[in-house]
Design a protein around this ligand. Structure first.
Ligand code: HEC
Ligand code: HEC
Length: 336
């Protein structure tokens, strides 16, 4: 009988066949390279269709503490773009000093995720913004209060009027923030350059790590342009994750909290591994401090193996090649 990882690998092979057919039929062949056809990980592409004035407005909103009820938090407090889009804490602290139980995920490349949040309960970025603003643990605010404050600020009043005929409202705030989030794509990681044919872009050790990543089956879950973010999977396929924890809290239940189905306990959106070297600590509960730690935890829980030190170090070298360029929209000089 096929085990679970083999099943996933099989469905992945089928998926990449369809993807290869789709690419082959595309007229534009300039992005073709042997590396790209053979990989389940296509390079990231910068978005070309964003309205730059909306991105700039979204950026101002993202950095504005009016979003939290007590003016303590902007989006950037937890998603600091100079720290890989995270707060580098095990778990977040929200408005009114409320301590959360989840690790803050990055905001980089989120437009590539098929759903948002660890448990996938947000269908899109607008849902994330709405959920976060009302969440007592995150921003603890109300739309009425927030919109009133934004409207009273002459700068916002003007910029919204210029970009949106109906001015400051919920949909337009979501739209501007979404434009900024969509701009946060980190292109040209050494691994992407390698995929595009620059064989010297990553070290021999990193290539060995990539081979291990493929052969061990990490790629069966962490795949697609975001190297994650396109599947739900259980944490602890070969080893019960709850046994590894002293205290179990509600957020550990993962998608169970959304579907109420027992089989969804400990099921999470597979996180993206892009820029992973910048976003320690790891896992939904922030319990893994280093890349070495999390690679060993993954090997034991997800592929049923204990890796040797040199194997872990090759994989870590590979993971380090996934750090892309800081997007232009995060450039502090261009702050409006
Ligand atoms: C107090 C810390 C905090 C603040 C402030 C905050 N976030 Fe988050 N953000 C989180 C946490 C924690 C999660 C994961 C929540 C979950 O999975 O339930 C998250 C998830 C996200 C995600 C989804 C990422 C993914 O991979 O699933 C996006 C996008 C995001 N936040 C954007 C924003 C924006 C935009 C703002 C401002 C309106 C903001 N955040 C403010 C902590 C914060
Ligand atoms: C069966 C699917 C599956 C396989 C196979 C798998 N992972 Fe994961 N990976 C996950 C899930 C699900 C999570 C989130 C678990 C959590 O937060 O509790 C995760 C989390 C991670 C993280 C932490 C990401 C973050 O932002 O915190 C890293 C790093 C990682 N995996 C690397 C690997 C490596 C390396 C391998 C191969 C040795 C591997 N994974 C195999 C599903 C998988």
């Amino acid at each position: 009988m096929l085990d679970k990882v083999q099943m996933i690998l099989l469905s992945l092979m089928l998926l990449s066949c369809t993807a290869a057919q789709a690419t082959a039929s595309e007229k534009d062949a300039k992005h073709h390279s042997a590396a790209m056809q053979n990989t389940a990980i296509p390079p990231l592409e910068a978005p070309t269709d964003l309205s730059q004035p909306k991105v700039a407005l979204g950026k101002a909103l993202f950095n504005d503490a009016r979003f939290s009820s007590n003016l303590s938090h902007s989006c950037a407090t937890c998603h600091n773009v100079t720290m890989g889009g995270t707060d580098r804490q095990a778990t977040f602290v929200g408005a009114n000093h409320r301590e959360g139980t989840l690790n803050t995920p990055t905001v980089f490349n989120v437009s590539y995720n098929f759903r948002q949040f660890w448990d996938g309960r947000a269908k899109n970025l607008r849902d994330v913004i709405n959920d976060h603003i009302l969440d007592k643990h995150i921003l603890n605010n109300q739309w009425d209060t927030l919109l009133k404050e934004l409207n009273e600020n002459p700068k916002y009043h003007e910029s919204f009027k210029l970009l949106y005929p109906d001015g400051v409202n919920k949909i337009n705030v979501q739209d501007a923030l979404e434009s900024y989030l969509q701009s946060l794509v980190t292109i040209n990681a050494p691994f992407d350059r390698y995929l595009k044919g620059d064989t010297k872009a990553i070290s021999e050790d990193a290539i060995k790590g990539y081979e291990l990543f493929n052969n061990l089956g990490c790629i069966s879950c962490h795949q697609g342009p975001n190297i994650g973010g396109n599947l739900y999977q259980k944490m602890g396929i070969y080893k019960d994750y709850f046994n590894s924890k002293q205290k179990i809290v509600e957020s550990d239940l993962g998608r169970f909290n959304v579907t109420n189905k027992d089989e969804d306990t400990l099921v999470f959106k597979v996180p993206s591994l892009r820029n992973i070297a910048l976003t320690a600590p790891y896992l939904h509960d922030g319990s893994a401090k280093t890349l070495e730690d999390v690679v060993q935890i993954m090997a034991e829980h997800q592929i049923g193996k204990s890796l040797k030190t040199h194997e872990i170090s090759y994989i870590v070298k590979f993971l380090e090649t996934l750090t892309g360029e800081q997007p232009a929209s995060t450039d502090t000089d261009k702050k409006n």
